[in-house]
Design a protein around this ligand. Structure first.
Ligand code: AMP
Length: 427
């Protein structure tokens, strides 16, 4: 009978077991490879930051800041938040470490856990992992496309199929106020048909209404004025260039006039990458340009563009599309020992085996050879190194072929080479 479980993972948070971690590892490997290829440098920021960084950098009227931050008060009386996103922390680090003086654009990336107090539901965790790429110091449309292309290529390299980029422009300080006015006028005329959250958003952050997933709000949104009709010359030209580049790179996209992002700091390009042709798709990745963010944090105008992808959603799709099989860990050799001296020797020969790039298994808590051979068999070890007190004294061990039962004596210092030779022959 299993004991009654007293403690469990907090709601919306998961343990990552060895098989899960093989998926994460695969994503991290591909991300690192592409970061190198595209010339991005990795940074790591603390998991907690000053609450005000997010209040300023993410925006006071966003769900993230209004409802989703985990805030803690330290013994020293500071208020820190578990990071709900990376971008404000990148902007802080950029100024704090004098990256303003680095050659520009400054290209940074990271991956790690984020925390948002979400309503528990499918695809939304309270602790989830993202990878995040940012380019600081370029106004050019090609930099937006560099980010989109990079995310597109990472997802393709992971084997994901049937994806599409949703793209829009949400204008800038020049043109967005005109659009906002017209949107508010329209939404007020339909206020009765909006959900309670959107009624509130209409007052605090009307663009966010466009983000609402509720059926009744979607009907209202479908007839709302579109930002595309209000773009100023510069924003319009920017969007046209981005779309031309996407065409040239043959990236499939859908110009979605109602795409906005949940965060306040976006300007011009916004995009999301999601599965195509499925009902109610959720975004795997999202981002865009945020030329006004760095000024809020560092009092200096630095144009910026970037994006983040949710690793759990990517892994869920990798599983659904069956594009990655975690490899069963293969063992080259099992080391079986008899007696205390042999146990110590087992630990000592590990380094030699590592040098020869041989992956062993062993079980020091077992004393009987029979038990150890059973484990070796279960693990599928093709060879077993056997050492008892006598072998330790002689400086030699027995190497047994598990299939044929043939065994021979090998000097300890030759074990690595010998196993390597045997493994080669076996192939
Ligand atoms: P955001 O930082 O909100 O722009 O989200 C970027 C990506 O992170 C999304 O497209 C999702 O893939 C992922 N994501 C955001 N929030 C969550 C969450 N609560 N749980 C899991 N993944 C998330």
């Amino acid at each position: 009978m299993s004991p009654k479980i007293k403690f469990q993972t907090p709601t919306g948070m998961k343990d990552l077991l060895p098989e899960d971690l093989e998926f994460y590892q695969r994503v991290f490997e591909v991300v690192d490879d592409f970061a190198q290829l595209f010339g991005f440098n990795k940074i790591q920021t603390p998991i907690v930051e000053d609450v005000q960084l997010f209040e300023k950098g993410t925006g006071g009227s966003t769900d993230i800041v209004e409802k989703q931050m985990y805030i803690l008060k330290t013994k020293g009386g500071e208020y820190l938040a578990l990071r709900p996103e990376f971008t404000p922390a990148f902007a802080r680090a950029y100024f704090e470490h004098g990256m303003v003086n680095w050659p520009h654009p400054v290209k940074l990336y990271t991956f790690g856990p984020l925390f948002r107090y979400e309503r528990p539901q499918a695809g939304r965790l309270r602790q989830f992992y993202q990878f995040n790429f940012e380019i600081f110091g370029s106004k050019k449309p090609i930099s937006d496309v560099e980010i989109i292309y990079l995310f597109w290529e990472i997802l393709k390299e992971l084997g994901l199929k049937n994806l599409i980029v949703h793209i829009n422009s949400i204008g800038d300080k020049q043109c967005r106020p005109y659009y906002k006015k017209s949107l508010v006028r329209y939404l007020r005329s339909r206020e009765r048909d909006l959900c309670p959250d959107c009624k509130r958003r209409l007052k605090t952050n009307p663009l966010r209404v466009l983000d609402c997933k509720q059926e009744k709000c979607r009907t209202v949104i479908a007839q709302a004025p579109q930002m595309l009709d209000y773009l100023c010359g510069e924003c319009k030209q920017h969007l046209e260039r981005v779309l031309e580049y996407l065409d040239a790179l043959e990236i499939p996209y859908f110009l979605n006039p109602y795409l906005v992002r949940g965060l306040d700091y976006y300007t011009k390009t916004v995009f999301e990458i999601m599965p195509d042709n499925v009902p109610n798709p959720t975004a795997l990745a999202g981002g865009g340009r945020y030329d006004d963010l760095l000024k809020l944090i560092g009092k200096r105008d630095v144009p910026a563009t970037g994006a983040a992808a949710g690793i759990e959603r990517i892994i869920a799709l990798m599983k659904e599309q069956n594009v990655f099989k975690p490899s069963k860990k293969k063992i080259d050799v099992f080391v079986a020992q008899l007696g205390d001296k042999a146990k110590v020797k087992t630990l000592k020969i590990l380094k030699d085996l590592k040098k020869a790039k041989i992956y062993p298994a062993f079980s020091l808590s077992k004393d009987s050879l029979g038990d150890q051979l059973k484990i070796a068999d279960k693990l599928g070890a093709p060879f077993v190194i056997i050492l008892g007190e006598e072998e330790v004294l002689k400086g030699k061990a027995l190497v047994r072929n598990m299939k044929t039962g043939v065994q021979k004596e090998v000097k300890f210092e030759k074990l690595g080479q010998e196993i390597k030779k045997l493994l080669k022959k076996k192939k």
